[in-house]
Write a protein that binds this ligand. Structure first.
Ligand code: AMP
Ligand code: MG
Length: 341
């Protein structure tokens, strides 16, 4: 699936010093283990804190196995993934899917409702037309107009009892690139807890979920990248049992005649959305944080922040189209902005 590239960095420096500490016997401190691998088209970094090195290691391994398992269900880059099979059967038949795929698609439809259709997983044909992740090109207006009838959530039918999904029109394609990594982070955390981790971080580039606290008792620090200053930080926030997800127009883009064309598309126009430079959403679950960051990016800074203020346990930092930083009311005393943002 076309997942976004890195833009949020987890401040895990404190872990490096801890990973050599052996725990296990009473009174010894917990141990942190961190590993990084490529999955879902991006760098996945998993850190687990356990009572022993073996426990922390096992939790990290379990986390990666879960991410790989979900990729095989949800990726549209893998021809026989469940979602690829749903897409291949568009206009013909319903396809039976796993509970996980069903959850992602049903939650996607809920995010679509919350964002007035700004989040739309039927965006697949338009994503393909721009092919920003592979061979970026500028589709013609006529080409995009012809695709508009396919970007139609009313034609995505889910049957919860049969656990099946049917795309009504030939040529429709579901793309969960805007929500799937957040879900994968949630699920990885579940298996890590089961494996005995007492705390940890799962980061699929900018989709990050944390649980528990660092061995020194501190909450996990997370840094948000500046959307226009490469390698610079916009803000820092600490998280506990929370997820953060960032959608930015700097992640995947190309420029032509001075115009930036990026990977987050407005379902109305099928053109790159223009209302924001970046949107970071904090929520309890990664699936909400990830779905909402994309939807809010499309809604634009003003409508997006209005939505955040209405939602419980959802906070956001939005950089609008001209670079102004908006912080939701519940986050203002938790965020440290870089001095020269
Ligand atoms: P994110 O980085 O979470 O904003 O996700 C971006 C990815 O979501 C893109 O690469 C597309 O695969 C997909 N996408 C693009 N536009 C939309 C949209 N309006 N609604 C849902 N998914 C989208
Ligand atoms: Mg997203």
């Amino acid at each position: 699936m076309p997942f976004k590239v890195a833009m949020v960095l987890v401040g895990c420096l404190s872990f490096a010093a801890l990973s050599c500490v052996k725990g296990g016997s009473p009174g010894t401190p917990p141990v942190a283990v961190k590993r990084t691998q490529m999955h879902m088209g991006t760098l996945v970094s998993i850190t687990a804190v356990g009572q022993t090195q073996a426990e922390a290691n096992a939790a990290v391994t379990a986390g990666f196995e879960e991410v790989k398992r979900l990729e095989l269900l949800l990726s549209t880059w893998i021809p026989d993934s469940e979602l690829s099979r749903v897409n291949a059967a568009a206009g013909r038949s319903a396809v039976t899917v796993s509970a996980e795929t069903m959850t992602v698609v049903r939650k996607s439809l809920q995010v679509a409702e919350l964002t007035d259709g700004a989040f739309n997983i039927a965006i697949g044909p338009a994503v393909d037309a721009w092919s920003i992740s592979t061979e970026p090109r500028l589709p013609t207006v006529e080409e995009l107009d012809a695709l508009k009838p396919l970007v139609d959530l009313q034609s995505v039918h889910t049957d919860v009892w049969e656990r099946s999904i049917h795309l009504q029109k030939p040529g429709m394609r579901i793309d969960v690139g805007g929500i799937g990594k957040g879900y994968a982070a949630d699920q990885a955390v579940l298996v890590m807890r089961k494996a005995g981790a007492v705390a940890g971080v799962v980061a699929l580039s900018g989709d990050i979920k944390t649980f528990g606290r660092l061995p020194d008792g501190e909450a996990f620090p997370v840094e948000i990248r500046h959307p226009r200053k490469e390698n610079e930080i916009l803000a820092q926030v600490t998280l506990q049992d929370e997820a953060i997800s960032t959608a930015g127009d700097y992640e995947r883009f190309f420029e032509k005649d001075g115009v930036r064309y990026h990977h987050i598309l407005d379902p109305q126009t099928l053109q790159p959305a223009r209302g924001c430079q970046s949107v970071s959403v904090i929520a309890k679950e990664g699936i909400w944080a990830d779905g909402l960051d994309t939807g809010i990016f499309v809604l634009g800074a003003k409508r997006g922040m209005e939505l955040v203020e209405q939602l419980e346990n959802v906070e956001a930092i939005i950089v609008d189209d001209v670079g102004r930083v908006l912080i939701s009311s519940g986050l203002r005393d938790r965020v440290v902005l870089a001095s020269d943002h």
